[in-house]
Design a protein around this ligand. Structure first.
Ligand code: HEM
Length: 187
């Protein structure tokens, strides 16, 4: 299951990595406004996907949207009204689809670790005391390892693997869609 998910989404991962504002963190040029937008876009994606996973596989759901909400609250950004644009754009229909979606959320922790390391060198963000989402804590990767263990301990039919893979691809595309979002209000 995991190998298929990895192989089938690797192109989508490359695309999202290339187009992502997070690249501006890697080269330390990000402005405060760009960072606020990145947090808001990530919040919308994680919140909608986490809520769908929770309906079928609560143990695979993560708390990433809560941590993003904390960052947004500190920066005084309204994240409740933008959610209305996206909350009907992503659905899971069963626990296998929830697993495919969870793969994307859990795996994203690895990019998050790289980003967290570089955040400290972004001088435009120096006014932010604590980053709750990009916190660089090892337990983020721990969650990914536990997820892999759980998935590897189960047997899946060819049909289930296909279904999870389709949902994982859709999850990547949904993230892409939220990364195109621009709020109507000033950040
Ligand atoms: C600039 C942004 C990003 C960077 C630099 C990045 C980087 C990475 C790296 C270094 C890995 C580990 C590869 C390995 O150990 O084999 C990884 C894995 C992964 N990333 Fe990203 N990533 C980024 C964005 C994202 C986003 C936005 C998502 C999801 C929406 C995502 C989903 C995943 C997944 C699912 C894996 C696991 C792949 C596997 O099955 O091993 N990444 N990423």
């Amino acid at each position: 299951m995991l190998q298929t998910l990895r192989d089938q989404t690797s192109v989508l991962h490359k695309e999202i990595e290339k187009d992502n504002t997070a690249g501006l963190i890697m080269d330390h040029s990000i402005t405060l406004e760009e960072y606020k937008l990145l947090l808001l876009q990530n919040y919308l994606a994680y919140k909608v996907v986490e809520d769908e996973i929770k309906r079928f596989e609560p143990e695979f759901s993560t708390d990433k949207s809560q941590r993003l909400a904390e960052d947004l609250r500190i920066l005084d950004i309204d994240f409740k009204s933008p959610l209305a644009y996206f909350k009907d754009d992503f659905y899971c229909n069963d626990s296998i689809e929830a697993l495919g979606a969870a793969y994307v959320l859990e795996g994203s922790a690895m990019g998050g670790m790289l980003i967290a390391k570089e955040l400290q060198h972004c001088k435009n963000l120096a006014s932010i005391g604590t980053h709750h989402f990009f916190n660089g804590e090892r337990k983020n990767v721990q969650g990914w390892k536990e997820f892999m263990k759980k998935v590897n301990s189960r047997e899946f039919s060819e049909e289930e693997t296909q279904k999870a893979t389709l949902k994982a691809k859709e999850t990547f595309r949904f993230f892409g869609k939220t990364f195109d979002y621009r709020p109507q209000f000033t950040l």
